[in-house]
Design a protein around this ligand. Structure first.
Ligand SMILES: CCCCCCCC/C=C\CCCCCCCC(=O)OC[C@H](COP(=O)(O)O[C@@H]1[C@H](O)[C@H](OP(=O)(O)O)[C@@H](O)[C@H](O)[C@H]1O)OC(=O)CCCCCCC/C=C\CCCCCCCC
Ligand SMILES: Nc1ccn([C@@H]2O[C@H](COP(=O)(O)O)[C@@H](O)[C@H]2O)c(=O)n1
Ligand SMILES: [Mg+2]
Ligand SMILES: [Mg+2]
Length: 214
């Protein structure tokens, strides 16, 4: 849903920065790759050791690159199939690192098998949610549904909670519960979103097979 309502705002905010990078000879693919690398580094270096505040700050600085790369490509008139593939594929890598880093924390210092399992579920279900859209589109269907918890929602809910929970390390009481709550919300929300997409694809496929897709 954020994709529907917030993208226009962030496009306006990030367009000058995208133009700045273009003027300095940076390519959209470079932004896609380096942005993903930054997210992966922040997630897999800082989250497993419980550095959730600084890990979220690093991840947040890099994750917005996913909104810059396409902006640059469109400004350059160079939006491409390769770019679409690279952007979406590296989205999966970034998402996997974020939830993988959290799972590693709960498997180690966080000492919670249950929350480790929930984080792994968030990782896996998020990949499946994204796959349903890509697979539906690959067989010519629009997959016209604004799911409850898509990629932006997964990231915002998880990263805001992780960042705030990380304030616990600075002596802020009670915030450490936010991350477990966020993980359960993302887990349940991803299940709902998966159901929404499966139902949508089934309807669209039936309509397409009957020659009446809307
Ligand atoms: C005291 C302070 C403590 C520290 C607090 C830290 C707060 C952290 C703040 C923000 C962190 C969250 C930022 C998350 C930003 C997410 C941006 C993003 O990557 O959005 C991606 C999304 C989709 O992009 P694509 O079209 O490129 O990708 C598609 C997607 O992958 C599809 O997957 P699916 O959705 O189907 O699962 C694929 O199917 C498809 O193939 C693929 O192409 O882009 C958008 O949705 C655009 C809108 C993003 C809006 C983000 C808003 C977040 C901004 C701030 C919110 C937090 C406010 C701060 C509160 C702080 C509280 C103290
Ligand atoms: N390296 C890239 C990245 C993206 N694109 C194009 O932008 C689309 C994604 O737009 P976002 O605003 O979500 O980043 C993508 O589908 C490509 O068409 C590109 O060409 N090269
Ligand atoms: Mg992008
Ligand atoms: Mg993307």
């Amino acid at each position: 849903m954020l994709n529907k309502y917030a993208r226009a705002f962030f496009t306006r905010v990030l367009t000058p920065f995208a133009a700045f990078l273009i003027r300095h000879g940076v390519s959209p693919d470079t932004v896609t790759v380096l942005g993903t690398a930054g997210v992966v580094a922040g997630a897999l270096v800082l989250f497993p050791v419980g550095e959730f505040f600084w890990g979220t700050i690093v991840i947040t600085l890099f994750v917005f690159s996913d909104l810059v790369d396409g902006n640059m490509a469109r400004q350059l008139g160079r939006s491409s199939r390769w770019g679409a593939f690279l952007d979406s594929t590296l989205d999966r890598v970034a998402d996997g690192a974020v939830f993988g880093g959290i799972a590693l924390w709960y498997a180690g210092g966080g000492d919670s098998v249950t929350l480790c399992a929930v984080a792994i579920f968030c990782l896996a279900s998020g990949q499946v949610v994204s796959y349903t859209k890509a697979r539906g589109e690959s067989i010519g269907l629009p997959v016209a549904v604004n799911g409850l918890v898509e990629r932006a929602e997964r990231l915002v809910v998880t990263l805001v909670a992780a960042g705030l929970a990380g304030l616990h390390a600075f002596g802020v009481p009670g915030v450490d519960v936010l991350l477990p709550v966020a993980l359960w919300i993302v887990a349940v929300g991803s299940l709902v979103t998966l159901a929404q997409r499966v139902v949508t694809v089934r309807r669209e496929a039936a309509e397409a097979d009957a020659g009446t897709v809307s």
